[in-house]
Every structure is written in structure tokens, then in C-alpha cells.
Design a protein around this ligand. Structure first.
Ligand code: AMP
Length: 395
């Protein structure tokens, strides 16, 4: 696996695919700069080597050249975070861009315009990728968030950099973290899958059963398993058509010697609202008109004990409707347990969509070993897929 350390960037122009697809408010200010901060180590390392950086990214889903999606809006934020002047050029390919890239001096940064102003980007167009490739000497992919897409700048461009391509620090860290859970993790390995739907996580569950010793199934997903086993779940969310599959997963787990842990009690609410009446009930005996919206105290204790025994922990998906304060407790307590286990030496990885939001919201970000920056890319990795952006560097 080639990383930045395999190259000397002195007097070289690094063409870096970053993920600067950051949220902007109405006045085009960056409201969450995490992705820019995450790319900083790669950029600084190359500049310190005596190289220059040509940064390319997409922003949003523009239809052609649309000013509101211009990366010029984020240039000053990138400058603030890096502490280095950032030059912009009104395009990402063409004669002006080539001239700007050619004139770039060691220590300088050029931010290209939004790649998705060209439909060729998402189409993975080879000619477009070749035009991008003319801008740099070494290709660096540091965009985990788009590594599951075979786009021109994330995958196709790599074929023009035979022997001159590598992973940036962020992408290397993401790959290492996933490998630590899926391949080389110290046992017992625990995966915690929560969230709303079984259907969105089936492939992950099936892949992960070969990798883990314990699997906690929590959140809304758990009710399909409870009902499939004959429990009464009241109005809780459930995918009836996935019940046979849930039973099959339980059978597979048994055969593979994986211990599955499902909540034993739940906080039930009489409406899907923060102000609803609530009561703690047995998971198999939820009254009609009530729905399970958070993990109950016995489940929290059970999950805490499993977490504390584990040496490697993967967490994807909340244990309840954490967006509502009244139903956030299970997710917070799980975060606390993972933080405690991490302090005691376990490796913990949080990734994929809402669990990352929960971890940030409740302040666990620095108490777990690693928080993934990629939603879809993380989920596809957990499904066991080789991401095209990663494969393109390894080829
Ligand atoms: P996912 O994107 O599949 O990880 O699902 C995340 C969503 O699951 C969050 O918006 C949670 O509010 C929701 N969720 C978690 N537990 C429950 C539950 N018991 N009932 C309904 N929604 C839930």
C-alpha cells in the first residue's frame, strides 16, 4: 500500500483528490469544516517536503457551471485552516488551469473549480481524467468519502500515474482502521449495528458474521428480529418481509459461533414525539399503541458488559431515536461504554451516517479510537466491497 512516505515531493506537483464537499449556509459560509481539517496533514506534509498541491474536489450536485456550487466560496476557509494562501482558477481543466498549475511554485496551493461542473466527472470519463492528470506529477487520493465512486478524479485518473500514485494520510488511516476491525483486530471483536432498517444493513450483517465474535443489534432494526421470534412489538418499526431473513441471520450466527445480543427491554412511547408519554417495557411485550424508541435500562447494562469485554469495537447506527432528547439515553450510554473500553485499551471505530452525527453531538469524538469520514464508503467497506478509489491506487 503506497502512502505519502513512499515519495519525496520536493519540486513535485501533487494532484490531490480531497473531499471538500462541505455544508454551506445561505451566505456561503462553511458550517462544518471537518473534511477540510481532515485533509490538512496530507497537504502540509507535501508542502513541507518542498512540493506544491493542486487540490481537486466536488461540492454538492451542480447541474453544469452554477455559481452557488463554486469552490471559490470555501477558498478562504481552506486558507484559514491550512495557514497558507490558496490560489483559485475558474475551472478544473483547460489551458488556463494548465498554465496555473505549471506556474505553481514549491509551497503553493491551487484549488481547482468544482469537478462536478463537468458531467464527465461522475461518468468516469477517461478523456476528462486524462486532462486532469496533465496538472500534476504524482496523484494522491485522500478522499475516503468518494472512494466508493468510480468517478474520473477518484478512480479513472489513477491509470495515468503508473508508479506515481498513493494514498493520502486520511485515506490510509481509514483503510487501516477498517482493517483493524475486519482483519487484524484483537479478539473479542464486537460490532454494534443500530439504526432504523434491517434492509439497509443486510449485506453488512452477512459479511460481518465472518469477522466478529459478538454482534449487538439495536435501534429500530432490532424489532424485526424480536417480532420474527414471536415477540409483541406494538407499533414499533418493523420490516415484516425481512423477518425470515432475520431468523436466517440468527441461525447463521449460531453456526458461526457469533453471539448475537438483542435488546431485552425498551423505552416505549405512545407517540413518535419528544413529549410523548413513555414507559419501560419488556422487549417482547410492547403494548398496542406504543412503540419502542430507545434501549431500556437492562439492555443498556447488557450492552455495557459486552462492550467492556471487547478488545475491538465497531459502531454503526444509534440505539434509539437519538435526535429526540427524550430517547437519546441508550445511544449516549453506549457511547459512554465505548469510551470507557477505549480508555482501557480497546480499539473503537465509529462509522457510517448517523452514528457519526451522534458521536459528534454527544461529544465522544475524541474518546473513541477513530471516527470515519465516509458514510457510504464506510458502509460499502463493511459490506466487504473493494472500493474502486482504493483499488485504483493498489493496481
Ligand atoms: P440508519 O440511517 O439506518 O443508521 O438509521 C438511523 C436512524 O434510525 C436515526 O434517525 C434514528 O432516529 C432511527 N432509529 C433508531 N432507533 C429507532 C427506533 N427504535 N424507532 C425508530 N427509529 C429509530
Amino acid at each position: 500500500m503506497k502512502t505519502l512516505n513512499d515519495f519525496n515531493f520536493e519540486n513535485k506537483k501533487a494532484l490531490i483528490r480531497v473531499d471538500f464537499n462541505v455544508p454551506l449556509n445561505d451566505t456561503f459560509e462553511v458550517t462544518d469544516a471537518t473534511r477540510i481539517v481532515s485533509a490538512k496533514p496530507t497537504i502540509i506534509k507535501i508542502l513541507e517536503d518542498g512540493g506544491s498541491c493542486i487540490l481537486m474536489s466536488h461540492l454538492g450536485r451542480p447541474k453544469g457551471f452554477q455559481d452557488e456550487f463554486s469552490l471559490k466560496h470555501i477558498a478562504s476557509k481552506v486558507e484559514d485552516i491550512l495557514g497558507v494562501e490558496v490560489k483559485t482558477v475558474g475551472d478544473c481543466i483547460g489551458a488556463d488551469v494548465e498554465a496555473a498549475a505549471a506556474n505553481l511554485q514549491p509551497g503553493e496551493i491551487l484549488l481547482l473549480e468544482n469537478l462536478r461542473f463537468y458531467k464527465e466527472e461522475t461518468a468516469g470519463d477517461k478523456d476528462f481524467a486524462e486532462k486532469l492528470s496533465k496538472l500534476g506529477d504524482i496523484y494522491v487520493n485522500d478522499a475516503f468519502g468518494t472512494a466508493h465512486r468510480a468517478h474520473a478524479s477518484t478512480t479513472i485518473v489513477a491509470q495515468f500515474f503508473e508508479g506515481k500514485k498513493c494514498f493520502g494520510n486520511l485515506l490510509a488511516q481509514e483503510i487501516e482502521s477498517i482493517n483493524k476491525v475486519m482483519e487484524t483486530g484483537e479478539k473479542p471483536v464486537l460490532a454494534i449495528l443500530g439504526g432504523a432498517k434491517v434492509s439497509s444493513k443486510i449485506t453488512i450483517i452477512e459479511n460481518i458474521l465472518d469477522k466478529v465474535d459478538h454482534l449487538i443489534i439495536g435501534g429500530g432494526m432490532a424489532f424485526t428480529f424480536v417480532k420474527a421470534q414471536g415477540g409483541k412489538i406494538g407499533n414499533s418499526i418493523c420490516e415484516d418481509d425481512k423477518m425470515p431473513l432475520a431468523l436466517d441471520i440468527l441461525k447463521q450466527a449460531k453456526a458461526k459461533n457469533v453471539q448475537i445480543h438483542i435488546p431485552v427491554d425498551t423505552i416505549a412511547a405512545d407517540a413518535f414525539s419528544n413529549d410523548a408519554n413513555k414507559q419501560t417495557v419488556d422487549i417482547n411485550a410492547i403494548p398496542d399503541g406504543w412503540e419502542g424508541v430507545d434501549a431500556g435500562p437492562k439492555s443498556i447494562k447488557l450492552f455495557h458488559d459486552v462492550v467492556m469485554q471487547s478488545k475491538t469495537i465497531l459502531w454503526n447506527g444509534p440505539l434509539g431515536v437519538f435526535e429526540m432528547e427524550s430517547f437519546a439515553n441508550g445511544t449516549i450510554e453506549l457511547g459512554n461504554a465505548i469510551a470507557e473500553a477505549t480508555k482501557n485499551g480497546a480499539f473503537s471505530l465509529v462509522g457510517g451516517g448517523d452514528s457519526v452525527a451522534a458521536v459528534k453531538q454527544f461529544g465522544f469524538e475524541n474518546k473513541v479510537s477513530y471516527v470515519s469520514t465516509g458514510g457510504g464508503a464506510m458502509l460499502e467497506s463493511l459490506e466487504g466491497k473493494t472500493l474502486p478509489g482504493i483499488a485504483a491506487i493498489l493496481e
